[in-house]
Design a protein around this ligand. Structure first.
Ligand code: NAD
Length: 487
């Protein structure tokens, strides 16, 4: 793979890469320049049916392979992923916008998380249970792959999110139809190519893009598909959940967040500010567990807000491929419009702008790093995930009050706090309503640890040992004596 070129786009259907498909084409655009990078073929019903049938054939083969064999093949694929990381990161940065260093880290971390799943598949233990009645020789509980998977991934982490789903599915013995976001298909194509080059039977993995609602309703409704995994918005996640319910299909939704950050009176303010600014504007805030609502002890509110705003203003915006860029563009034009609507709505409701608040004056879909104070409950921002470079800040007097504010959300994905006190850290870890809590730390997405939300942020987990279990079904097996004799 050329390290600077953007690849020709194709779908992987029934064992073949195809560059023409019956659903037409759409352009893939560089969000930093608005220039067209390439044309993406779109699957129509013919290709979708072929992909679903292919994945059923793939499952029949792959489910019979041993975990060790799967591990060896998957390790070959992740070696290729690491080898190709510079070129893949470049394409990722071009189509998604994030700085190259972030893109590179995403690719190598994806290799690590796939490895963890393949390792873990060797430890998919069952158990033996003593029989309660005579005539039974053994009673065992075993885990088997759930079946062909339909995986839907968004554009904010074009490698990491497909890697989570495809890595766990393949490690568990499932086949996959992956539908990456139409905005960022080249990165997912590169992942699929690594598996194919490592020797994965071609029917085990299909990649389709198309009209999202048509693809998801077709695949979820198809008899071959037994499990659905989706990362994206709450609205789409609920809709796919309804489709899954009709076929009683296993479903793992990883949806949005509205993460609170509590900065306690005793926190190290310099550290809290620098860590918060880095975490907030990483990937231009397009992260489901991105910190959004900062609640700062009243005695530190002014100092925190001033320093945060100064550091945010100082961030260098630019194309991801420029080595000096600290924050790239939003991945598509509609996100810029949404950012402006959220800011304008907050200001109309009496909020105060501390920095940013508008589209950056340059080509591309850039929005200035933004901090807003005095956001009231009537503002959309108070409850809506901005999914962009916007944070809000407010004061609190007591920890009880801070915890109540933090938990006042329909979301429950990530929650963070800064404190020097062990007792406070433990209380917050216990009482914050979120699937992942980071105290003095924003890195809550590690390959070895499960990742998943509470409330409307979703259910089930990805990564960690639990991430693999989500691609298995339990079976209980009773073996009696051949002649019915009591043993
Ligand atoms: P969107 O809801 O239209 O799309 C989000 C993702 O879901 C995209 O990848 C899209 O292709 C896919 N999608 C949309 N409709 C679908 C359908 N019927 N079937 C299958 N896939 C479908 O929103 P958007 O404007 O692209 O993104 C904005 C919102 O999406 C954000 O506000 C954020 O809440 C959410 N989002 C969340 C994550 C996450 O990591 N949880 C990632 C990206 C977007």
């Amino acid at each position: 793979m050329n390290t600077t070129a953007y690849p020709r786009l194709a779908l992987h259907v029934a064992g073949q890469w195809i560059t023409e498909a019956s659903g037409g084409r759409r352009p893939v655009v560089n969000p930093a320049t608005e220039a067209v990078l390439a044309e993406l073929p779109l699957a129509g019903l013919d290709e979708l049916a072929a992909a679903a049938e292919s994945t059923a054939r793939g499952f029949a083969t792959w489910r019979r392979t041993r975990p060790l064999e799967r591990f060896t093949l998957i390790r070959r694929a992740t070696d290729l992923l690491r080898e190709r990381a510079p070129a893949i990161a470049h394409a990722l940065s071009l189509e998604q916008g994030k700085p190259l260093a972030e893109a590179l880290r995403e690719v190598t971390l994806s290799a690590d998380l796939i490895d963890f799943q393949a390792e873990e598949a060797k430890r998919l233990y069952g158990r033996t249970v003593p029989p309660r009645v005579p005539g039974i020789l053994s009673q065992t509980v075993v885990r088997q792959p759930v079946g062909p998977v339909a995986a839907f991934t968004p554009w904010n982490f074009p490698m990491n999110l497909p890697a989570r789903k495809v890595g766990s599915a393949l490690a568990a013995g499932c086949s996959v139809v992956l539908k990456p976001a139409e905005e960022t298909p080249a990165t997912a194509m590169a992942l699929v190519q690594c598996f194919l080059d490592a020797g994965l039977p071609p029917d085990v993995i299909n990649l389709v893009c198309g009209e999202p609602s048509e693809v998801s309703s077709f695949l979820i409704g198809h008899d071959a598909i037994r499990k659905v995994s989706f990362t994206g918005s709450v609205a789409v996640g609920k809709h796919l959940g309804e489709l899954c319910a009709q076929g009683v299909k296993r479903y793992t939704p990883e949806l949005g967040g509205h993460a609170p950050v509590i900065v306690c009176e005793d926190a190290d303010l310099d550290f809290a500010v620098s860590a918060s600014v880095a975490a907030k504007f990483r990937n231009a805030g397009q992260i489901c567990a991105s910190p959004i609502r900062f609640y700062v002890h009243a005695s530190r509110l002014a100092a925190f807000s001033e320093r945060f705003a100064a550091a945010a203003r100082a961030l260098r915006l630019g194309p991801g491929q420029d080595a000096t860029t600290q924050m790239g563009p939003l991945t598509h034009a509609r996100r810029v419009v949404e950012m402006q609507m959220l800011v304008d709505d907050a200001l109309e409701h009496g909020a105060r702008l501390l920095c940013g608040g508008q589209r950056a004056e340059r080509p591309g879909w850039f929005f200035e790093p933004t901090l807003i104070a005095d956001v009231t409950a009537t503002c959309r921002l108070a409850h809506t995930e901005p999914f962009g470079p916007i944070a809000t800040v407010a004061g609190f007097e007591t920890l009880d009050q801070a915890i109540a504010l933090a938990n006042d959300s329909r979301y429950g994905l990530g929650a963070y706090a800064f404190t020097a006190h062990l007792r406070t850290a433990h209380r917050l870890a216990d009482e914050l309503e979120a699937g992942m809590v980071g105290i003095n730390h924003f890195g809550i997405s590690q390959p070895e640890m499960p990742f998943g939300g509470w409330k409307e942020s979703g259910h089930g987990q990805e990564m960690g040992a639990e991430g693999l279990l989500a691609y298995t079904d339990l079976k209980t097996v009773y073996v009696g004596t051949p002649d019915g004799a009591t043993n």
